[in-house]
Design a protein around this ligand. Structure first.
Ligand SMILES: NC(=O)c1ccc[n+]([C@@H]2O[C@H](COP(=O)([O-])OP(=O)(O)OC[C@H]3O[C@@H](n4cnc5c(N)ncnc54)[C@H](O)[C@@H]3O)[C@@H](O)[C@H]2O)c1
Length: 265
């Protein structure tokens, strides 16, 4: 299928995990993709995989917290492919060892989280929107998290900045909707990226799985497919929304796993 034929997509954090899956899936749907990451070898590897499968990909080294670097990423996309229609502001996260509870959180890590998650989202959109307007419209996809929706015992900064990403999403949707620029966010739940898979103890993975309504955890492709949908014209009436892609994690009552065992039969 060619659901993204004639579209140019920039995906940040595409050297790994969800971003890489999104880049590969968008290419498989006909998009020309800019594989943007601050780890150059990873970006190049994703681009090579895409080209080997017959797609078009441009690896770009970017630091999404740096305005000049983000401007250069967008210019590289337009210079190489002649326009821009899709931007995935995917890079984000915090260091869970420093992003703790209110009294013990590291404020330097909070500032870093603001730059990596919020500022990067604003910057990407600021440089992409004029090109999308020129192209007659576009789709911006911001990666939030279920952490924007529920409280947690740690990662105070992470929840706050991801909630801000949702707010930024709505502002962009309202401000540039008249020019047909759509903006939506995705809130992934637990997704088994290589980083998580290799670092989480088996009992933690089990408890995450039990927390879902579905009996499995997400894969990078599960989020990537949602990004493809948001990038495509199939979602042309959808803007300003947060799509929660979490296997039912935030839907399920905390009592449900225990109560399942009480069911007869
Ligand atoms: N994996 C999950 O379970 C999960 C759940 C909810 C939300 N998310 C969100 O997904 C995003 C991360 O995706 P992932 O899980 O695939 O992570 P990942 O660690 O596999 O990939 C992140 C990529 O971003 C790149 N990167 C890091 N800092 C950068 C910077 N300053 N500039 C440019 N590139 C940079 C890294 O090199 C890496 O390739 C984050 O926004 C995170 O909050 C992930």
């Amino acid at each position: 299928m060619e659901r993204l034929k004639d579209k140019v997509a920039v995906i940040t954090g595409a050297g790994s995990g969800i971003g890489r899956a999104a880049a590969e899936l968008m290419s498989a749907e006909g998009a020309r993709v800019v594989v943007a990451d601050h780890h150059t070898p990873s970006a190049e590897e994703t681009a090579r995989t895409i080209e080997a499968a017959g797609g078009r990909a441009l690896p770009v080294t970017v630091d999404v917290t740096d305005e000049t670097s983000v401007a250069g990423m967008i210019e590289a996309a337009v210079g190489e492919f002649g326009g821009l229609h899709v931007l995935c502001n995917h890079v984000g996260g915090t260091d869970p060892r420093r992003d703790l509870d209110l009294l013990r959180m590291d404020m330097a890590e909070f500032d870093r989280a603001v730059a990596l998650n919020m500022r990067s989202t604003l910057l990407g959109a600021r440089y992409a929107v004029p090109h999308m307007i020129r192209a007659g419209g576009g789709s911006i996809i911001n990666t939030a998290s279920v952490a924007a929706l529920v409280g947690d015992v740690l990662q105070t900064s992470y929840g706050a900045v991801k909630a801000a990403v949702v707010s930024i999403t709505k502002s962009i949707a309202v401000q540039y909707g008249p020019q047909r620029v759509r903006c939506n966010a995705i809130a992934p739940g637990a997704v088994m990226t290589p980083a998580l898979e290799n670092n989480l103890p088996e009992d933690v993975v089990d408890s995450l799985r039990r927390g879902n309504a579905l009996p499995y955890l997400g894969s990078p492709e599960d989020i990537g497919h949602t990004m493809v949908f948001l990038a495509s014209d199939e979602s042309r009436y959808l803007t300003g929304q947060l799509l929660v892609v979490d296997g039912g994690m935030t839907t399920q009552s905390s009592a449900a796993p225990g109560r399942r065992a009480m069911l007869p039969g």
